[in-house]
Ligand binder design. Structure first.
Ligand code: PGA
Length: 246
């Protein structure tokens, strides 16, 4: 079983003090947290704090949870992908699609902005429960992936399959369902990208991953990593997940 990447999407769970305390605990458990490739997506206000406290870890990358389509300008309340020197940025998360009404056109601009500016991004895709029940999962995924650039030229593109019905609900998608969807995504990627580009594309799963599901899902061979929300913002749960995968 290859070792999976743990990408922690802290959403709006932790304020700056709590983020700092979390990172101090990671430092206090350095042996364990050095064994895995970890990505942390803190709230924007905590990025510098986390970057400072992650300096002793080569294996921990820090990213943004979202970014603007512009790199600077009169955009009150928004955040530029260049506001911090980050390793990655999440785009197209279902919470952005639903709460902030982001559509594929806008997500495409954000994705291209991330790839142009920092050479890396995580694009989230996934169907709603209705779409799943109407057997539209592949159709939805295909449409959401239609915004992908035709060449990635050495840039890193992570695609996170996150079924909307699984995010924050405790309902983890079955191994079979994830395998089917990742295989489908893999076919689309093979159609779109050259042999040269494909090694720079990684596939993630997200949706209620925790210490109880991580082991079973880790046996999915097409899977490179997990995008984890609530269980990644709870230090003991995060630690337990890693311990299970040691
Ligand atoms: P969850 O969130 O692990 O809390 O379900 C996953 C995500 O939204 O990335």
């Amino acid at each position: 079983m290859n070792k999976k990447i743990f990408a922690a999407n802290w959403k709006m769970y932790l304020n700056s003090n709590e983020s700092r305390e979390f990172m101090l605990k990671i430092n206090a458990n350095k042996d364990l947290f050095s064994e895995f490739d970890i990505m942390i997506f803190p709230s924007h206000v905590a990025i510098s704090i986390i970057q400072d406290l992650a300096k002793g870890f080569d294996n921990i990358k820090i990213g943004m949870q979202d970014c603007d389509i512009l790199t600077s300008g009169a955009v009150t309340g928004s955040n530029s992908i260049t506001s911090h020197k980050v390793d990655s940025c999440i785009v197209g998360h279902s919470e952005r699609r639903t709460i902030f009404n982001e559509n594929d056109e806008l997500i495409k601009k954000k994705l291209n902005n991330c790839l142009d500016q920092i050479g890396s991004a995580i694009l989230c895709v996934g169907e709603t429960l209705n779409e799943k029940e109407e057997n539209k999962t592949f159709e939805v995924i295909k449409k959401q992936l239609s915004i992908l650039p035709h060449q990635i030229q050495g840039k890193n593109l992570d695609i996170a399959y996150e079924p909307v019905w699984s995010i924050g609900t405790g309902l983890v998608a079955s191994k079979q369902h994830i395998e089917d969807v990742l295989s489908y995504i893999n076919i689309l990627i093979k159609e779109l990208y050259s042999d040269e580009d494909r090694p720079n594309i990684r596939l993630f799963y997200g949706g209620s991953v925790d210490e109880n599901s991580v082991e079973e899902l880790s046996s999915i061979s097409l899977l490179d990593g997990f995008l984890i929300g609530s269980a990644s913002a709870d230090f003991d749960k995060f630690k337990n997940m890693l311990n299970k995968m040691r």
